[in-house]
Design a protein around this ligand. Structure first.
Ligand SMILES: O=C(O)CCC(=O)C(=O)O
Ligand SMILES: [Fe+2]
Length: 183
């Protein structure tokens, strides 16, 4: 099925805090869209890659379980591997952190093989304004659940964006699952 799938409680609030703490152990890097060339009009966020942080194995195990369940019950895609590290992003109000409309499938060895995207909300909705994760799987734009610990999964070609954060900060965890190209 090509529609969107959600887990209202993929991670507990305490687990979300632990993920953010792990990501913040070292300084986050500025988001680059294409290799290291960043266009801040398209995306303003700070990033950490969990595979560079020790002690995050439990996060990957949870991600794998969630993806397996969603794929078994809903998507039924040909998935072969997790080819990229899960990514923690921070969108801060100090520079109106955001990510404009995009699809996660791009050119390049990994981006062209993205099949499924999962995004977990790591921040309490009371901690920020703006920062809505919007998906456009069809004619209608849907805002994803903001609840801390909720996850949304969608085919990686689905257009989505994060609207500018106007106060506070929002953290998210994105994972991509790879496989043979859609056909
Ligand atoms: O932070 C989000 O909610 C979405 C992130 C995203 O779309 C991406 O990293 O490709
Ligand atoms: Fe994306």
């Amino acid at each position: 099925m090509l529609s969107v799938y959600a887990f209202p409680e993929a991670f507990s609030p305490a687990e979300c805090d632990a993920i953010v703490t792990l990501a913040r152990e070292e300084e986050l890097s500025d988001a680059g869209l294409v290799k290291n060339r960043s266009d801040h009009n398209l995306r303003r966020a700070d990033l950490a890659w969990l595979d560079e942080r020790a002690g995050g194995d439990w996060i990957m195990e949870r991600i794998m379980r969630l993806v397996a369940e969603a794929n078994r019950t809903h998507f039924d895609f040909a998935l072969t591997e997790f080819g990229e590290s899960p990514q923690v992003a921070r969108y801060g109000a100090e520079r109106e952190g955001h990510f404009t409309w995009h699809s996660d499938i791009g050119e390049g060895a990994l981006a062209s093989r993205r099949k499924l995207t999962m995004v977990v909300q790591l921040s309490d909705p009371a901690e920020y304004k703006g920062g809505a994760l919007e998906l456009q799987p069809d004619a209608n734009i849907r805002e994803s659940d903001r609840a801390k610990g909720s996850a949304v999964l969608f085919p990686s070609f689905v257009l989505h964006r994060v609207t500018p954060v106007t106060s506070g900060e929002r953290f998210s965890l994105s994972t991509w699952v790879h496989g043979p190209a859609f056909r």
